[in-house]
Write a protein that binds this ligand. Sequence first.
Ligand SMILES: [Zn+2]
Length: 215
Amino acid sequence: MVLEYERSALCEVGRRMAGTGLVTGAAGNVSVRVGDLVAVTPGGVMLDRMTPADCPVVDVRGGPVEGARAPSSETPMHLAIYEATGAAAIVHTHSTYGTVVASTMDELPPIHYNTLLLGGVVRVAEYATYGTPELAASVRAAMAGGKRAALLANHGGVAIGGDLDEAFENARLLEWLCGVYVRARTIGEPRILTEEQLTAVVERGLAPAEWPADL
Ligand SMILES: [Zn+2]
């Protein structure tokens, strides 16, 4: 089986996503890239009930390589992000607080310094129908400039990583940051970190993880 290890890893991350409440049902998708090949979760299957054989493999242009099931409808978005960022894994969710912020704001303000792990302010990609090239283009634009995450207007969030574990942790961090922001807004107007405060944190060395140069 092509990319057997990676397809097993997708199933494991799918279970962790369901277990941590990042996704409900079949909402959300995950992929991992190795060279010119991408293993991706299938469309319409519960993320915590997949088997490796359920996860198709496509090439970086979307051509089928192996697998009986159709790749996730958001595969064009995954491929656009790979092309633009050099990531090795992508996690897309409809997590609650991420979707709340994505439905009300144009960006997630830097309410906590750990936003720097995602590349700073997280942009909200302009709305487009799910699964379309327009959505792929809008998310690609929102990730520009070394971002490790984006929100999708009235839809959800996406996070990338140098491997699946990192993409999953970045998706959890995005949801945590959105949760802090939304809850803070319920008791007052949150203080947002200034450019100077963020620069001081960068100077202490906090930055997104380095990725292997051969990605
Ligand atoms: Zn979605």
